[in-house]
Design a protein around this ligand. Structure first.
Ligand code: ADP
Ligand code: ADP
Length: 229
């Protein structure tokens, strides 16, 4: 699904150059659940942004679904994102003026899905994420765990091939964090490939494989459950 060859990322601000990624070689297979770990500033978000087609690398090759896309335009990347990717963030990023139902329906409206199918898919995902009883509430009326379940619903309602999660439990207490991780794990078992950035060893334990970044480089990998891949 994803392959990087000697991926590099440099940022230049006020003529100061920061190297965020150095020769990263990463291969993510369809069906995998990968966790990226490492200290603050090691390049995790940068890597996730490139994998998520939000940013281009400054060097190396980046393949997404067999296409070399490091030179794609913003518009081309946006089209791929809309079609294939779902995002979950630490801060939920829900639209406060829309209900739970409307937040989750939004990606399907952007994809021009007809209203009958929209209703069916939104209801199905709200049930699966155990938040259907809150469908007419607004985000601010919900607990953090509930908001994250809505955010995951919104991310997966379009049936993305790849789900990217950046510290998905970062704003949750441990019980609600574990609930969220269980739901992500179930989505992965049902076929969604997941790449997650996390500081939490408990969260990383749900992944098949952990990649450890340090100073922009992959320094080690831990593989679990190799037999199931
Ligand atoms: P992490 O997610 O592991 O905390 P980041 O990917 O955010 O790490 O950052 C990696 C390095 O790149 C850090 O040194 C950070 O300061 C730098 N960096 C990240 N984003 C930018 C940016 N937009 N402009 C300049 N430097 C950046
Ligand atoms: P959370 O799911 O984040 O723990 P909830 O308030 O949604 O918080 O759920 C707490 C429990 O109460 C759950 O078992 C849920 O099914 C139930 N519950 C919550 N709201 C309602 C409701 N409006 N009607 C019936 N049961 C509810």
């Amino acid at each position: 699904m994803i392959k990087t060859v000697n991926l590099q990322k440099k940022y230049t601000t006020d003529e100061v150059e920061t190297t965020a990624l150095v020769n990263v070689n990463l291969h993510v297979k369809q069906g995998e659940f990968l966790a990226i770990m490492g200290p603050s500033g090691c390049g995790k978000s940068t890597l996730l942004n490139i994998i998520g087609l939000l940013d281009n690398p400054s060097g190396g090759e980046f393949y997404f679904l067999e296409q070399e896309i490091s030179k794609f335009s913003e518009r081309q990347r946006a089209n791929l994102r809309k079609e294939y990717l779902g995002f979950v963030f630490q801060s939920f990023n829900l639209i406060d003026e829309l209900t739970v139902y409307e937040n989750v329906e939004l990606p399907l409206i952007y994809l021009n899905v007809g209203s009958a199918e929209r209703k069916q898919r939104v209801e199905q995902v709200l049930e699966q994420m155990q938040i259907a009883h809150r469908r007419n509430h607004f985000p601010q009326q919900l607990s953090g765990g509930q908001q994250q379940r809505v955010a995951i619903s919104r991310a997966v309602v379009s049936k993305p091939k790849l789900l990217l999660a950046d510290e998905p439990t970062g704003n949750l207490d441990s019980a609600h964090g574990q609930e969220v991780m269980q739901l992500l794990s179930t989505l992965n078992e049902q076929g969604t490939t997941i790449v997650m950035v996390t500081h939490s060893p408990t969260d990383a334990d749900y992944a098949h494989r952990i990649v450890n970044l340090f100073d922009g480089q992959i320094i080690s990998e831990n593989v679990k459950e190799l037999a199931t891949l």
